[in-house]
Unconditional design. Sequence first.
Length: 327
Amino acid sequence: MGSGRPNGSIRRATHAGSWYEEDAAALRAQLERMLGAEYAEGATTDSDLKAVISPHAGLRFSGPVAAAIYARLDPRSIRRIVVLGPSHHAYVDGCGIPGDEVTAYRTPLGDLPLDADTLNELRGTQKFAQLKMSVDEAEHSIEMQLPFLAQLLLNNPMRDGLPPATIVPIMVGQVNATTEALYGHLLAPLLQDKGTIFVVSSDFCHWGAQFGYTRKGSPTLAKTYVNGPHPDNAQIEGLDREGMAYIEKQDAGAFRKYLQRDGNTICGRHPILLLLEAMAASRSPLIVDWVKYAQSSAMPGMPPPSQSSVSYACAYCKPLQVGGYSN
């Protein structure tokens, strides 16, 4: 599964062939269909975007939601991508980054080069653990963003004449409010840098017997699943929408209290909080706007929420004012 490693410096696409297509032509066709559907519905690129939140489940599940946000990225304006993803399986003390021997992350569509200079600067702070390749390759949260990034940034005529865009992968492990604020301050200069965009990888509620979590929110907050298809869909959405509102308000404290109170199983909660802290430390005010929301249990042929349901949501962050006018 995935591509072989010609040398130790390239992280393999270890989830290709299972979580998404391993064949380049098939993957490109799938991505083009998903992005094309968003363009057909009116999505347009925006060079002012500074950060996005995107889901990371198997492409057939969360891909349409991820496409809704990637269709808004302007490939011509991107020079560097900081990807924040949670560690689902391995213990990581704080945040981790690849070792300096790693030069690229592989995808079926080509290799995405790492930003060696930025990663060296982060290593210089002595606040980032070095990820073992085995830990990096076992984790899916960052990798699941790479097919869309490769589709937009590799072999794209829109980027003719531009230098290759680079990525800065950061795995977010064991952090708390204090260390989240610390990392937010460290990353704020990157967020402010022209040509840099943050991609925060997160699914939302993991609900039902499979996950041992069945807390319900207010169905009055639902927008996508007001009428089901299952009664639980609206209550799950209400739970998610409350947390999404705190993120939209950029209220890290309220979001933490909500997580402590309701325990919503948002796997990328810490990467999201790092983004909120970086936004708070940034000189330029940003707005957060949610674009699309879905649940796996509402998809045809999927089991009902009582058995298993995973929520997917995407959002973008952009300057509050562009060209002197409020957006």
